[in-house]
Design a protein around this ligand. Structure first.
Ligand SMILES: NC(=O)c1ccc[n+]([C@@H]2O[C@H](COP(=O)([O-])OP(=O)(O)OC[C@H]3O[C@@H](n4cnc5c(N)ncnc54)[C@H](OP(=O)(O)O)[C@@H]3O)[C@@H](O)[C@H]2O)c1
Length: 296
């Protein structure tokens, strides 16, 4: 029987790619925020009741880190309250849930790579609300894979990589911070992992029982860590349309020079061994994925 997958937040980077990849093997209903606002719990529950998905992929999130500082209640409604309801519904209606969380649940002060069991300590409102979302799923004992990822980019919408490509074409000097380090993650890689995980778990005998058995928090991000500065350098050197660049220098700066009012973790390296050991899934090295993304 064809698996039925409901994708929420399908206008976003990850939601859009998940829907595109899942369509190759599943019956997909992909809804943007305009089609279903997940904070409208009546509409959300009615949709789940009517469409009866086997799997829900939640790509919906309040992701504006800066804005979330002033609008934490709104961020909480999307990133935590609605997620808790999804979790309760998943348990009640027996569908598997894939949800995304973030490296921003950590403060970045650990020397080594972060494992799933490390104590979170978010530095900003976005990170706090995402952590509350994780906890709501765990409290609901939801049959959910909570995939913590990081530094997500794609070629469709606004993100760090697309910003560097745009700036490189419009100015001779681009300044980039050297003191923020993380794991760049291509949204297509995440989507392929989500499609594989969905078919694998749904295909296992018992279907829903497999989701229950493997529920939990997993780190899933591009292999390897770099600074924003190193990522910008790689973007420029791997861009197949380098001849269009106006940029001559990338200037290294530090976060305080950016004068951002939001506190961000300086260095989060997600250890992704657990996802490989338990779920058999690992994303490619970040530079390899960047090359694939830029090649289009
Ligand atoms: N981007 C990153 O670097 C990053 C890093 C770590 C983790 N993550 C996590 O990865 C997941 C996907 O992120 P992304 O990069 O794909 O973010 P994104 O591009 O900002 O997509 C999020 C989507 O959610 C939609 N949305 C917001 N509020 C909604 C609501 N109430 N109901 C339904 N949809 C709503 C947004 O619609 P509008 O655009 O119309 O608001 C947007 O299309 C999120 O859980 C995020 O926290 C992202």
């Amino acid at each position: 029987m064809t698996m039925r997958v409901l994708v929420l937040g399908a206008g976003g980077q990850v939601g859009f790619e998940c829907a595109a990849v899942l369509r190759l093997t599943a019956e997909v209903l992909a809804l943007t925020r305009g089609q279903l606002d997940i904070t409208d719990s009546d509409a959300l529950i009615a949709m789940l009741q009517n469409w009866q998905p086997d799997v829900v992929v939640n790509g919906a999130a309040y992701t504006n880190v800066q804005e979330a500082e002033a609008k934490e209640a709104q961020a909480h409604a999307v990133n935590a309250r609605a997620v808790g309801i999804l979790g309760e519904q998943a348990k009640k209606r027996r569908f598997g849930l894939i949800h995304f969380s973030t490296d921003y649940v950590f403060d970045g002060r650990k020397d080594g790579a972060y494992e799933e069991g490390d104590t979170p300590c978010p530095l900003n409102a976005y990170g706090r609300t995402k952590l509350e979302g994780e906890r709501a799923l765990i409290e609901a004992d939801a049959p959910a894979l909570i995939l913590r990822t990081a530094w997500v980019y794609g070629m469709r919408t606004h993100n760090f990589v697309s910003t560097i490509l745009r700036l490189a074409r419009s100015r001779p000097v681009v300044s980039v911070v050297t003191d923020q380090r993380g794991n760049p993650t291509f949204c297509r890689d995440l989507a392929e992992a989500v499609a594989l995980l969905s078919s694998r778990l749904q295909g296992q005998r018992g279907g829903f029982e497999a989701w229950r058995a493997w529920r939990g928090v997993y780190h899933l991000a591009g292999q390897g860590m770099c600074s924003r500065f190193e990522l910008a350098q790689a973007v420029l050197s791997l861009d197949p349309r380098r001849s269009e660049h106006l940029v001559r220098h990338i200037v290294p700066i530090t976060s305080p020079e950016l004068a951002s009012s939001v506190c961000r973790p300086e260095r989060v390296n997600l250890n992704t061994n657990l996802a490989f050991e338990r779920l058999g899934i690992r994303l490619p090295p970040w530079r390899m994925s960047l090359q694939r993304a830029l090649a289009g």
